[in-house]
Design a binder for this molecule. Structure first.
Ligand code: FAD
Length: 305
């Protein structure tokens, strides 16, 4: 089957959403680099998402879920198969202390909606540039809070298109991991439980965390955030800093001089530059300190031909 055939077939069921052949994924990822998707599907509804998942499953087509692309590096050869990007499933609702959000909603917007309703508990996410689905898959967290603290349940889809609900316990959220990532499930929506707080304190916390982020992170450059997980007993950024790697890199990629845990796309980097810089950092830190830095960032797709 050719990708043109996938397009023709899916056009029959995906009538509201978009189907984009050979779409450059650099426009959809925060590193702004990497190759094309054979076919990018942007569903309008959960039904269209389900149709796409079923079609890929029934025809043995590889399927990758792309959220907000803030923790993903796409190799220069691009992604074979279908890339599903549920960015239009972005509804957010607040009822009392309960927040419901669809997979494609920006977690920053969910955090804002909670704060605007006088709810506390979601402030930690005020600067995390991911989607609800990506934040669930990664158990995103910052400044002492994480998704696991506030999640009640998630509605998921497996790779056959079956929809089911998992509770907080069943989601098995750990440090930057979840059953969602382990089993390759797709998040459709999530429910969070918060508590009423003092509006001034909530606003002050959001302002403080925003200031900390802006002053410490190289937000003026494209990046995938912190590239490495925190190794037990160490801080990745400190190890990288102490290895003298800041300002170093391969091609257009560079270890940030502002935050050693970030690798930035400084000057039209290719994915190969970015990945080689990751490998350079891992090798140097291993040699100097004997510590293995495990990647937090997901690398997907094919190498350049
Ligand atoms: P993607 O990058 O699109 O995907 C990441 C993984 O999640 C992939 O495996 C993907 O397949 C999977 N995924 C995405 N959507 C779904 C879905 N609907 N269902 C199932 N799987 C899905 N992270 C933190 O934890 N804390 C931080 O403070 C933080 N700060 C950051 C700052 C910057 C400047 C940047 C660029 C990134 C930062 N990140 C941080 C990383 C990133 O924002 C989070 O990991 C985020 O949760 C990823 O969400 P995403 O939608 O962008 O996922």
């Amino acid at each position: 089957m050719t990708k043109q055939q996938w397009l023709t077939d899916l056009k029959k069921t995906i009538t509201g959403g978009q189907l984009l052949l050979d779409e450059p994924l650099s426009a959809y990822t925060k590193t702004q680099l990497g190759g094309h998707a054979d076919l990018l599907v942007i569903p309008e509804t959960a039904d269209e998402m389900q149709e796409t998942v079923r079609y890929a499953h029934d025809n043995g087509i590889p399927l990758l879920l792309l959220g907000n692309g803030s923790n993903m590096v796409v190799r220069d050869g691009g992604v074979r198969g279908i890339v599903l990007h549920p960015v239009r499933l972005d509804a957010i609702s607040v009822e009392g202390t309960h927040v419901h959000a669809e997979a494609g909603a920006h977690i920053i917007d969910v955090s804002r909606a909670a704060a605007a309703a006088g709810l506390t508990g979601f402030e930690f996410a005020c600067g995390i540039p991911g989607s609800v689905g990506g934040a669930m898959a990664m158990n995103a967290g910052a400044y002492g809070g994480e998704v696991n603290d506030i999640i009640v349940r998630s509605t998921l889809m497996d790779r056959t298109g079956r929809i089911f609900v998992l509770s907080k316990e069943e989601l098995k959220l750990g440090y930057r991991k979840s059953i969602i990532a382990d089993e390759g499930y797709f998040v459709l929506s999530s429910d969070f439980e918060l508590t009423y707080g003092d509006q001034q304190e909530i606003d002050a916390k959001v302002a403080d965390l925003t200031h900390q982020r802006e002053s410490k992170q190289p937000l003026e450059y494209p990046s995938a955030g912190s590239v490495f997980k925190r190794p037990p007993g160490y801080f990745a950024g400190k190890l990288i800093q102490d290895s003298g790697l800041q300002g170093k890199g391969v091609g257009g990629a560079e270890v940030s001089t502002k935050h050693a845990g970030f690798i930035i796309n400084k000057n039209n980097a290719t994915a190969t530059d970015y990945i080689r810089t990751i490998e350079m950092v891992q090798a140097e830190v291993k040699e100097r300190f004997g510590v293995d830095l495990e990647r937090e960032v997901k690398i997907v797709g094919e190498p350049a031909e």
